[in-house]
Design a protein around this ligand. Structure first.
Ligand SMILES: [Zn+2]
Length: 107
């Protein structure tokens, strides 16, 4: 097939798939030789989603609103995410800006 993004040629191979930085394994895919974009069949995408659900990763992303408390800004971390990350009250975390559009929280 042809890559939708760059029109390059794709080849069949097993591609590693990660969700939220956690490897889910290798799956058959069409991978663009030019830009590296990975395409999974509908069937494979279904298997990946099932695996992601089994691992408790599926649908974990949440929207949060920025609030102001005194002189600082606060973002509530939903319980599901806190549980997944095993975050506890009083624990120190490190905030690392990854460019101007992303914030990483290291636990
Ligand atoms: Zn491409």
């Amino acid at each position: 097939m042809k890559c939708v993004l760059c029109n390059g040629k794709t080849k069949q191979m097993n591609a590693e798939h990660k969700e939220m930085g956690i490897p889910l394994g290798k799956f058959p895919a069409e991978v663009c030789e030019q830009c590296g974009e990975t395409y999974f069949s509908e069937e494979t995408a279904g298997k990946i989603q099932q695996k992601s659900k089994d691992m408790g990763l599926f649908g974990l992303a949440r929207k949060a609103t920025v609030a102001e408390i005194g002189n600082s800004i606060a973002i509530r971390i939903p319980k599901e995410i806190a549980n997944f990350l095993k975050m506890k009250k009083g624990e120190q975390v490190t905030l690392i800006p990854e460019g101007r559009k992303e914030l990483k929280i290291e636990i």
